[in-house]
Structures are given as C-alpha cells and as structure tokens.
Design a protein around this ligand. Structure first.
Ligand code: BTN
Length: 266
C-alpha cells in the first residue's frame, strides 16, 4: 500500500460514519471531478452522496483554466450529491461552494491544531496565510439535480516539493503540524461537516453571511477582482446573504457574485 491508498476497511468505515452511500475508488484518475461528472450523467439511480476517491490524480482541475497540483500525499476527492434526495433546489446551488469552504475549515480545525482556518472568497481555504485547499463545484446540467463537489486538500504533500510558482503560496496540514496526518481522519471529518452544512443549507437554517464573517480572509482588505468585463478595486466588507463579495469602491458598493480575486493587501 502506498501512502495515498485506502484499505477496504477504511472504505467501509467511510460509508458507516458519513452520508456517503457508494464509493467509486480508483488507483489513478485524471480528475475526480471528471469521473464524478461521468457518473452523474451515466447512472440513472444514485444514493444521496457518492464519493469518488483516487490515490493519484494526474490532471486535477481548478477554477477557470487553473490546474490543481496534488503531489504525493495530497488528498483529492469529489462528492457527487443527489440534490433531489437532499432537497437542495437549484436556487441553493450558487451557495454550495461557499458552504463547502466552511465545512472544510470546520473539519481541518477539528483534525489538527492549526489556529484559524480562513476563506479567500469564493472558496480557497487558507492556513497561516497560504492556500491549503481548493474547491471546484460543477454540475452536469441543472435538469439532473446532481452536483459534483471536488475538494483538494494538501495533507501530507510537503509543499517544499511543489512547483516553484506555488512555493510560499501553498501549505499542507503536515507542514503546519510538523508530522504526518492521517488522511482518513481528514476525509471523514470533511464528509461529516459537509453533510451537516448541506442539510442546513437545504433547510434554510444556515446563516452564510454570519458564518463567513469570522473566516473571511479579505474583510477589511483592499481587494482587486477581475470580473467578466471589468476590474474592480475596493475595500472588502465580507459577503452578503447571497454569497456575493461586497466591495466598497470609489464609486460605491459593488456586489460580485462571480469573479477572480487577483490581489489583496491590508
Ligand atoms: C481551485 O483551487 O481552483 C480548485 C481546485 C480543486 C481541486 C480539486 S482536487 C479534487 C477535484 N478534482 C479536480 O480535478 N479538481 C478538484
């Protein structure tokens, strides 16, 4: 077994302790999100949640045209969610990625002592000022009521071996804890927190703005954001109830529902 492999007992434990009803386990995949989307299109009946798990991801995808570097020891997985069974209408979907970010922060803080886990809008998880996790939410099409939540967490992949452009910007849980972290514990925690948060989102009981308030890395900072046709600069006031990033620019308040934060300074 290599460091990234999961035993049959572990897979059984994941099903017993989380909302996962089925696991699609692969030694190697180009991208767990690609596989999740494939299952979402092909399978006529799916459980509430299917876990796509791999030991090695060879072409992980990030938001936009970005790639995701995992490296040996990185945890890469996707959860195919049956939104019909979870009663998550399409109106909730834009909030799924922000909700997932909160779940990952809660899970990491429960697994290791890291200080505060922060969120860089929309859903990058930061520890000690560096990125530790990326999230990519995709849907095959809205008629199918299925969503794939892809999560990449730097667990034991020491970022000293990361591509040059990532060094100093990325960090792993083991970099922080200074010891090897058990990936199964991280995975089970994330799945448990995700189930809890998605259920609150479906019931309308989650206060996204409040929960983000303490985690938002950008609040109070001068932020630059690239939108489709515009570039905005402004002081960040957190997010609103719809999950939009609120910026106070020299022309007034702007609410950004999508976009890429290109820079931020305090
Ligand atoms: C980002 O930071 O831009 C998002 C990165 C998301 C990476 C994860 S790893 C598991 C899943 N499979 C992928 O191809 N991407 C996501």
């Amino acid at each position: 077994m290599n460091d990234n492999s999961f035993s049959l007992d572990t897979l059984d434990r994941i099903v017993a302790e989380t909302f996962i009803g089925q696991i699609d386990y692969n030694q190697e995949l180009s991208s767990t999100n690609n596989r999740g989307l494939e299952l979402a299109r092909e399978q006529s009946e799916i459980p509430i949640a299917t876990l796509v798990l791999t030991e090695r991801q060879t072409a992980g995808r990030g938001r936009g045209k970005n790639r995701w570097w995992s490296g040996e020891g990185g945890l890469a997985f996707s959860v195919l969610v049956n939104c019909g069974a979870l009663k998550l209408p399409t109106s909730c979907w834009p909030k799924i990625s922000l909700t997932t970010g909160l779940a990952v922060c809660d899970a990491i803080e429960k697994t290791i002592e890291v200080g505060d886990a922060k969120l860089k809008w929309p859903n990058d998880v930061y520890l000690s000022g560096c990125k530790a996790c990326g999230i990519l939410v995709e849907a095959p099409d809205s008629r199918r009521a299925r969503v794939v939540i892809g999560i990449g967490i730097n667990v034991n992949n020491t970022t000293a071996l990361a591509p040059l452009e990532l060094r100093g910007h990325a960090i792993s849980l083991s970099d922080i804890a200074q010891q090897k972290i058990e990936p199964t514990e991280v995975l089970i925690q994330v799945l448990q927190q995700l189930a809890e948060r998605l259920t609150s989102l479906a019931r309308g009981t989650q206060d996204l703005r409040r929960d983000w308030h303490t985690r938002c890395l950008l609040t109070g900072q001068l932020v630059e954001i690239d939108l489709d046709t515009r570039h905005l600069i402004g002081v960040c006031h957190g997010i609103d109830d719809n999950g939009a990033l609120v910026l106070e620019t020299e022309f007034g308040i702007e609410r950004c529902l999508s976009g890429t934060v290109s820079d931020f300074t305090s």
